[in-house]
Design a protein around this ligand. Sequence first.
Ligand code: ATP
Ligand code: MG
Length: 274
Amino acid sequence: MEREKQLALFEKGVGYKKIPYIAIGGGKGGVGKTFVTYLLAKRLSQRGKVLVLDADMGLPDFYILSGVKPYRYLEDYFEGRATLDEITTEVDKNFYLISPRSGNDYLLSLDPKRAQELLNKLDEFIAGSYDYFLIDLGAGIHKINQLIFASVDYPVLVLNPNIMSIIDAYGVIKTVFQNYRRTYFYAVVNQVRDKGEYRKTVSVLDKSAKSFHKNIHVEGVGYIPYTPEVAQGEIPRKLYERADDILTNLLKGEYKKEEKGGFWSKIASLFGKK
Ligand SMILES: Nc1ncnc2c1ncn2[C@@H]1O[C@H](COP(=O)(O)OP(=O)(O)OP(=O)(O)O)[C@@H](O)[C@H]1O
Ligand SMILES: [Mg+2]
């Protein structure tokens, strides 16, 4: 069957349960994307079953932060050596991870038809087993980061109060708007001193984005204070409270049940181009 027809059929969907897809991104390296993803996943796992996909094409390190060693990796699934169950690692109760082994840009050179089949299976797997799907993105505005950010239900930018980080988050918004016309973004400000610094940072980002295009909106959904204990691998209770607050703000809106088949078809369109 032609690829176009396959995609159209797939996009109709097969009546899957629709679950929230949340991507954690933001242009700058080291702002805390992985840490924020971990905090959110940990708290969401009290409400339902959570799957995190480490989509950092440069240096996947979610497994290091969560202290687990995957038995098999994303590559093993794409290359036919492992099943989806085998590449899924339990981090904690109700909290699971799929990680690439290392920088896996080469995966995108896979045959697009095969990739679509594998992604369809991944889609079914997620819909059949999980309640929340989080994607930890790497730094930078690679095509795959843009596309994921443009296609999920909740694109969450993580940034710090410093100007370089705001400029990079602005760069992501601008690119995703220009290429995919996405206008609504969420922001979490990490490593802040206080709530005032958080509000100021979101306001600067939102105003800058609006001056680029009036339809763009950045909604601040919360902040995480700079916490020295984090460097020692500790997570004080107050950070989990911040994460709960972020989740309440993020998920409060009427959740638009978009076609998830559409999401994976868009991702599949990246394959075979290299
Ligand atoms: N609120 C915080 N307080 C103190 N340290 C933090 C905080 N958030 C993150 N860090 C530390 O900052 C470092 C970078 O965090 P993290 O790896 O989550 O960033 P990242 O944005 O995912 O980086 P990359 O762009 O490399 O993927 C880590 O050492 C992490 O422990
Ligand atoms: Mg990271």
